[in-house]
Design a protein around this ligand. Structure first.
Ligand SMILES: C[S@@+](CC[C@H](N)C(=O)[O-])C[C@H]1O[C@@H](n2cnc3c(N)ncnc32)[C@H](O)[C@@H]1O
Length: 253
């Protein structure tokens, strides 16, 4: 099994890939939030949905778990006038997120090392928690859901994009067929559980184009093209086991 902390620390230690950004712009068009340096399949529609359903106002407290370079959380915080705490296992991602917060002029933002299993955040300290395309890396999903519940205030909102799987993808932590029973067991009411539009076609196209341009990607990152090709092919095979990419909204009872 991959050491994800080491892998993501290396990924985010390098500048965001310009080759990938061109591929994502080609595949997602106007829906690609290019200015946020996302490392995910998040769309502008996803971000608007999250901001709308977070029910945050001025002074509201938002946490983004698995925040990566910080773009999605900062966008939602700026849009809702909330304060932001971003958490990720990769310190390199957090360093990049701090620079982004400064560049975006979002002063009420901090970024800390932590994980889905242990965010290090206080009990009941957020009105909303979001997580974009990261929960699949949590090794213990029931524990991650319990951690979401622990850090939210009663009635707090949870907004997550992630994937349900039919089967276990290779080289990934254990996946689940449906996140709703886990969330309900952790004390949430699941308010909506919507498949995001065209997710399979879009993800497949992004991976196919990445494979076509694997030499450009490898030249950019200094990676071995054969290793990179193998990893992209693995990602494509894993995508076949995904049954849906969901944007879920839940509230803590
Ligand atoms: C696909 S990236 C998404 C990043 C960001 N949310 C975005 O949309 O650009 C997955 C993120 O999850 C983080 N991650 C992986 N395992 C984690 C864990 N156990 N706890 C917290 N974050 C984790 C990675 O470091 C990475 O930043």
């Amino acid at each position: 099994m991959t050491d994800w902390k080491a892998a993501f620390t290396t990924t985010f230690g390098a500048p965001a890939s310009a080759v990938s950004a061109r591929i994502w712009a080609e595949v997602y068009g106007e829906e690609y939030p290019a200015e946020l340096d996302t490392y995910s399949f998040v769309t502008r529609s996803d971000l608007r949905h999250i901001a709308r359903e977070a029910w945050l106002g001025p002074g509201g407290r938002l946490a983004d778990i698995g925040c990566g370079r910080g773009g999605p959380g900062l966008w939602v915080a700026a849009r809702t006038d909330a304060t932001l705490t971003g958490v990720d296992i990769a310190e390199t991602a957090l360093a990049s997120a701090r620079r982004r917060a400064e560049a975006m002029g979002v002063e009420a933002a901090e970024f800390r090392v932590g994980s889905f299993e242990g965010t290090g955040l206080d009990d009941g300290s957020f009105e909303a928690v979001m997580s974009v395309d990261a929960l699949l890396f949590a090794p213990d999903k029931p524990r991650a859901c319990a951690e979401f519940a622990r850090i939210l205030t009663p009635g707090g909102r949870l907004l997550v994009t992630t994937w349900d799987f039919d089967g276990q993808p290779a080289n990934r932590p254990p996946q689940v067929a449906d996140h709703r029973p886990l969330l309900e067991a952790a004390g949430f009411d699941v308010l909506s559980y919507e498949e995001t539009p065209d997710w399979r076609t879009l993800q497949r196209r992004a991976m196919e184009l990445s494979l076509e341009r694997v030499n450009d990607l490898a030249a950019e990152s200094g990676d071995d093209p054969n290793r990179l090709r193998g990893s992209l092919e693995q990602t494509l095979r894993n995508q076949d086991l995904m049954t849906r990419r969901v944007l879920l909204v839940a509230s803590l009872r």
